[in-house]
Design a protein around this ligand. Structure first.
Ligand SMILES: [Ca+2]
Ligand SMILES: [Ca+2]
Length: 245
C-alpha cells in the first residue's frame, strides 16, 4: 500500500514541475445552454401576472464550456453559466408611459452572478450592483453564472415602478423563483477539458484541491471527483480510480 502511494506522489511532483495548460477554445458568443425557457409577464389591469412556457419543476444546468468570449462577454470566461431563462411579454401590458416594469431580486443563492443580456453589465446585486433592474419590455435572456458546483436559486419580484425603480401605489407585484444546478455538466476529474482523464490532469487536480482560488468553474467542478459538491480528500481516491480507468 505504501509503495502505491509513493508512486502517485512521485507522479504528482513531476507534473507539478512541468505545469499544465487547459484546453481553452475561443467562441464569439456564449451558448444559452439549451432551449429557451420564458418567464412570462402580463399586466391586464393593475396586477402583474406571471407564467412560464415550461414546467416550473425543471432546473437549468450551468456549464463551463472551457471557452473564451469576445468583448464584454468575456465576463463569462472561466464561469459555469446558463442563459435559458428569459423575461418575455405574454399579452396585454397596460402601463402609463411614465412607468416601467422593474424586477427586484428578493433572495438568491450565495455565489450566483447575473449579467445583463447584450451589455454583460452585472445586475441583481452582482459585484455590488443594484438589486433592482428595469425590464425593457422585450425578450431578455440575462446570463446567470457561478463558480462552484451545487444547487442555486433566485426569487424575483416583478412590479410596476417609476423611473427610479420605486414601486407605484395601486399596482400589485408578483414573485417567481427559478433554479439551476452545476455539477452534471462537467466530466469528473477531467481538469483540462479535453474530455479524457489522463496524467495531464493530475497536477491541476492537486492544485485545485489545495487552493481553488484562480481555478475555473470547470476545474472546481472536475476536482469534485465524487460529485458531492464538496472538494476534500475523499475526491483523491475517486480521482485515482478514474485516472486508472
Ligand atoms: Ca483531461
Ligand atoms: Ca467531493
Amino acid at each position: 500500500m505504501m509503495t502505491i502511494r509513493s508512486t502517485h506522489y512521485a507522479i504528482v511532483a513531476t507534473l507539478a514541475i512541468t505545469g499544465w495548460s487547459p484546453m481553452l477554445l475561443h467562441a464569439a458568443n456564449p451558448s444559452l445552454g439549451g432551449q429557451m425557457k420564458h418567464l412570462l409577464i402580463t399586466l391586464p389591469s393593475d396586477a402583474i401576472q406571471l407564467g412560464r412556457d415550461h414546467d416550473g419543476a425543471e432546473i437549468m444546468a450551468f456549464a463551463d464550456y472551457c471557452e473564451t468570449y469576445d468583448g464584454n462577454a468575456s465576463v463569462l470566461d472561466g464561469t459555469a453559466y446558463n442563459g435559458q431563462y428569459g423575461w418575455l411579454a405574454n399579452g396585454f401590458i397596460s402601463l402609463p408611459p411614465q412607468y416601467d416594469i422593474w424586477i427586484e431580486v428578493l433572495d438568491q443563492s450565495d455565489g450566483l452572478m447575473t449579467f445583463e443580456q447584450g451589455t454583460y453589465q452585472p445586475i441583481f446585486g452582482t459585484n455590488g450592483s443594484d438589486t433592482h433592474w428595469r425590464w425593457s419590455g422585450v425578450m431578455t435572456h440575462n446570463w446567470y453564472a457561478v463558480m462552484e458546483p451545487g444547487y442555486y436559486y433566485a426569487t424575483y419580484r416583478v412590479y410596476v415602478a417609476d423611473s427610479d425603480g420605486n414601486p407605484v401605489e395601486g399596482y400589485v407585484a408578483n414573485d417567481i423563483t427559478v433554479e439551476w444546478e452545476f455539477g452534471s455538466s462537467c466530466i469528473a476529474a477531467d481538469m483540462d477539458c479535453d474530455t479524457a482523464v489522463t496524467l495531464d490532469d493530475v497536477s491541476t487536480f492537486v492544485d485545485v484541491l489545495l487552493d481553488a482560488s484562480g481555478a475555473t468553474a470547470n476545474q472546481r467542478c472536475a476536482a469534485d471527483a465524487d460529485e458531492n459538491a464538496i472538494r476534500d480528500s475523499r475526491d483523491i481516491a475517486v480521482f485515482i480510480s478514474l485516472l486508472l480507468g
